[in-house]
Design a binder for this molecule. Structure first.
Ligand SMILES: [Mn+2]
Length: 395
């Protein structure tokens, strides 16, 4: 059994390679999105090598701080300008909720493939040419909880089959394992295999940046190999995107020079330590505010000073501490951008769907999601959420 449409995507990519068409990968800018993009890029490059064709491929990412999540209008305009003669666009770890942008891309003559593991919204699917999403209607594949890197690995298998070189397979599985852990996907079924296989020899990785981290860290300071992976993932948790929409993490993961990779590893570790201090400071600040209103049904707080960059990590810690739904946001002049973490029994996507008319954008997974809301709707949004959670609890 196969994921719905994965064979169609592989065939379309092979055709694009044969015809030497321009392929554009568009990944989300977190560890899973970038890993999914790197895996797709390396698998497609290999397929082109077997077909003895010159490959035209490039990869872009959204600037989460400036543009928000996903395949946004800004980046689309950039692509339209840069590729006037059109291309095959493949979105990874995003796209399934980008109705307008995908419509526009196709109107401009681009072909669009979505490979996304996020939950489609109830209204249906965007008008893409091909969609792979295990959570879409009609996908009977029994396992649903792949990371997007896992979906890219499935694509690699479909593209290369028996011809996938074993070293490439090992290397792609390492990224799949790390992204599965980073995206907090449930460790069951195929995810267990990916993690087991991916981590089994990761300390001797062929990927210079991974090897570099294992050289820097003293294994005695960690309880397990998995703890080292958590640490490396926290170092990879940088969303720096340059003005050409290329992600720093993408450079890092694809760096082939061993010395350059060592420098990257040191730089990332320093940056990660600095970020941890920021997260603790913000967490303390949020805790003070929340403790002054301890009877509240949900945690719904924001501030102009709470950087969206750190809010995901802070929200996770707050949910653990208070065991309540957490909606925290950075407030800008006209709108606020926030992050959501919920205790296990709730679903963030459903919660926001219940009042989506108040929101500019929202998306994510049941336990973790994000939103953008006009400031004049903040109070209404909060009331609607409280009503939603009261209703769910009474059912
Ligand atoms: Mn993801």
């Amino acid at each position: 059994m196969k994921l719905k449409n994965i064979d169609l995507v592989a065939n379309r990519i092979k055709e694009a390679i044969e015809r030497e068409e321009q392929i554009i990968l568009f990944g989300d800018s977190d560890m899973d999105g970038v890993s999914a993009t790197v895996i797709a890029k390396e698998a497609i490059s290999n397929a082109a090598f077997f077909l003895n064709k010159k490959l035209h491929i490039s990869a872009y990412f959204p600037d989460r701080k400036k543009e928000g999540y996903g395949f946004n209008e800004n980046v689309l305009d950039y692509i339209i300008k840069k590729y006037p003669s059109k291309a095959l666009v493949i979105t990874l770890d995003c796209g399934i909720t980008n109705f307008e942008e995908i419509k526009k891309a196709r109107k401009k003559g681009f072909e669009v493939i979505i490979i996304d593991h996020h939950q489609p919204v109830v209204d249906g699917l965007p008008e893409a040419d091909i969609i792979v999403d295990p959570k879409q209607e009609g996908d009977d594949y029994p396992f649903k909880d792949f990371s997007n890197a896992g979906l890219s690995f499935k694509l690699a298998e479909e593209l290369l089959g028996e011809r996938m070189p074993s070293l490439l397979k090992e290397s792609l599985l390492e990224l799949t394992a790390m992204a599965t852990i980073a995206d907090m996907m449930p460790e069951k079924d195929e995810n267990i295999d990916y993690i087991y296989q991916g981590l089994s020899k990761i300390e001797n990785s062929q990927r210079p940046i991974l090897k570099a981290f294992f050289t820097i860290f003293n294994p005695e300071e960690f309880n397990s190999k998995k703890d080292i992976i958590y640490k490396i993932n926290s170092c990879f948790n940088v969303a720096n995107i340059d003005s050409d929409h290329v992600s720093f993490l993408y450079y890092v993961l694809t760096e082939t020079d061993v010395e350059a990779a060592k420098e990257y590893a040191k730089e990332l570790l320093e940056e990660s330590n600095r970020r941890h201090l920021e997260i603790y400071a913000l967490f303390d600040d949020a805790k003070n505010v929340i403790d002054s209103k301890i009877g509240n049904r949900i945690i719904f707080e924001g501030s102009p000073n709470w950087s969206i960059e750190y809010l995901g990590a802070v929200a996770s810690k707050l949910t653990l501490l208070y065991n309540k739904p957490v909606f925290i946001y950075q407030r800008y002049d006209d709108f606020s951008r926030g992050t959501v973490r919920l205790p296990k029994k709730y679903d963030a996507v459903k919660a926001m769907e219940s009042c989506k008319q108040l929101l500019k954008t929202f998306g994510g997974h049941p336990p973790a999601a994000g939103f953008t809301v006009i400031n004049s709707n903040l109070d209404k949004f909060k009331s609607a959420l409280i009503a939603y959670f009261n209703k769910v609890d009474s059912e």
